[in-house]
Design a protein around this ligand. Structure first.
Ligand code: NAD
Length: 479
């Protein structure tokens, strides 16, 4: 595999300094490619390219830009298997997941935003003596910064609405998973998108991300990543009043009532806890179970967790792959050690598990812990790995109190046969999104985002179109 290049002004270019980062496969530890460690001069060049493309691009109509999004979707779809294979190799996730979730959503993000752009209608507010109409103008140059867990899924979720609304952008993907961002630039180049509309700078947070957010010619920042990085991004963007969207960490509760359908609930809660090795911001890592069914649920849950196949990400039958890096594996393991100190009882997992032939990868057995206080650090802090804690509760109020007992407020799920109770409990949880009797059931039209330390603002559907534009009211007095 070649060294990667930045994509600036419609060309693949080398970065200014000869500093590189080794990109390795999480499953095997073997080398994939070198990633440019770009610096502020590369960021300057990318922002300048985005600025010079802005006037012409912002002058196109919504439907002309929607046509471009469709062309990108078609070209990306033609590379569907490449996206899945690269994403699986780069992140360590199972190929089936990379195909069904990452590749599928990356294509549908472009198609979906093309569709809603075409339907986007001018809002009009009539008064007795005047008519108001609302124009959605582009914001300008956007900085789009993404994490490693859903690399192209999240990058395409930002690029499509951002350029669809007439902005030009500079992308900064995670330095740990640069491969599909590079592939997207190849696709964008192939379809002939006007130069400078989408630019990409590879590199780490300090060298490339921070100068991009701070750049005086960047008008908007859409950031997805950890809460502590989000704090730095917010502090850097605030003095210039940049438009800012922050999608940050989570510590989500799955609340299981005694009247749930046991079989589908166990399957759903296992999926919520462990999909992508638990490395999804929406994962339900705290499982709260009504005390009358606690023992039965726990036993069936453990059986289902132990039945998951951990192994070769390229094997179609694999359920769980590797963790993203050695450093992240250490962090996740340190929480298991902490859980023991905090009085937790390890029910399964807890140790690294290294399938044969993969001993240099970052492997961790799916882990379930009970007996922790709902106030403990393991039960309230984001671990972001295959670790789930179980907690009994005896009333609706107690379940809601435990669910809300964290600094995060991103997502959650409620499992019950009583849909009125499901809705009542959902609305009492302090989060941006809750599912009832399902999880990660996504309609791209709905708002997505968190409260408390899980973020600021909403993206998704018309909320993305709103974020990536400035609404301007024009009031015309009648004759
Ligand atoms: P991270 O915060 O370490 O990095 C995210 C991105 O920010 C990377 O591209 C990184 O290079 C860049 N970055 C780092 N420091 C920066 C700085 N000072 N200025 C600008 N950019 C900087 O997060 P991560 O480890 O890549 O991802 C995991 C985190 O992302 C978890 O906390 C997870 O919950 C969160 N996440 C949230 C959502 C959501 O939608 N809420 C989705 C996926 C992941």
């Amino acid at each position: 595999m070649d060294d990667l290049c930045n994509y600036i002004g419609g060309r693949f270019v080398t970065h200014s300094d000869d500093q590189w980062l080794d990109n390795t496969e999480p499953a095997t530890g073997s080398h994939i490619c070198r990633v440019p460690l770009s610096d502020s001069s590369d960021v300057d060049a990318a922002v300048a390219a985005a600025r010079s493309a802005h006037l012409a691009w912002s002058a196109l109509s919504h439907s002309e830009r929607a046509d471009w999004l469709d062309r990108i979707a078609d070209a990306l779809e033609a590379r569907y298997e490449d996206v899945a294979a690269l994403e699986s190799r780069d992140t360590g996730k199972p190929i089936s997941l990379a195909r069904d979730v990452d590749a599928q959503r990356s294509v549908s993000n472009f198609r979906f935003f093309a569709g809603i752009l075409r339907e986007h209608e001018e809002e009009v507010f009539e008064m007795a003596s005047a008519t108001n109409y609302v124009v959605h103008k582009p914001v300008g140059v956007g900085a789009l910064i993404t994490p490693w867990n859903l690399p192209l899924y999240l990058l395409s979720w930002k690029v499509a609405p951002a350029i669809g609304m007439g902005n030009t952008v500079v992308c900064k993907p995670s330095e740990l998973t640069p491969m599909t961002a590079d592939l997207l630039m190849q696709v964008i180049d192939e379809v002939g998108l006007p130069a400078g509309v989408v630019n990409l700078v590879h590199g780490d947070g300090a060298g490339a991300g921070a100068p991009l957010v701070a750049h005086s010619d960047v008008d908007l920042v859409s950031f997805t990543g950890g809460t502590s990085t989000g704090e730095k991004v917010a502090a850097s963007a605030a003095p210039a009043f940049k438009k800012l969207s922050l999608e940050l960490g989570g510590k989500n509760a799955s609340i299981i009532f005694a009247d749930c359908d046991m079989e589908s609930t166990v399957a759903g809660v296992v999926r919520a806890g462990f999909l992508n090795q638990g490395q999804i911001c929406l994962c339900g890592s705290r499982v709260l179970v009504e005390d009358s069914i606690y023992d039965e649920f726990r036993d069936r849950f453990i059986d289902a967790v132990e039945a998951m196949r951990v192994g070769d990400p390229s094997d179609e039958a694999t359920d769980l792959g590797a963790l993203i890096s050695g450093q992240h594996l250490e962090k996740v393991q340190s929480y298991v050690e902490l859980a023991k100190q905090e009085g937790g009882n390890l029910l399964t997992g807890g140790a690294p598990c290294m399938p044969v032939e993969f001993e240099h990868g970052n492997w961790m057995a799916p882990t379930v812990i009970e007996g922790l206080s709902p106030d403990s650090r393991c039960s309230t802090e984001e671990i972001f790995g295959p670790v789930v804690t179980l907690h009994p509760f005896s009333s609706e109020d107690e379940a809601v109190a435990i669910a809300n007992n964290t600094r995060y407020g991103l997502a959650g799920s409620v499992w019950t046969g009583d849909l009125e109770k499901g809705k009542r409990v959902s609305e009492a949880i302090e989060t941006g999104m809750v599912w009832v009797n399902t999880w990660l059931h996504r309609d791209l039209r709905v708002p997505f985002g968190g409260v408390k330390d899980s973020g600021v603002g909403r993206e998704g559907g018309k909320w993305s179109l709103g974020f990536f534009s400035e609404a301007m009211n024009v009031c015309v007095k009648h004759d």
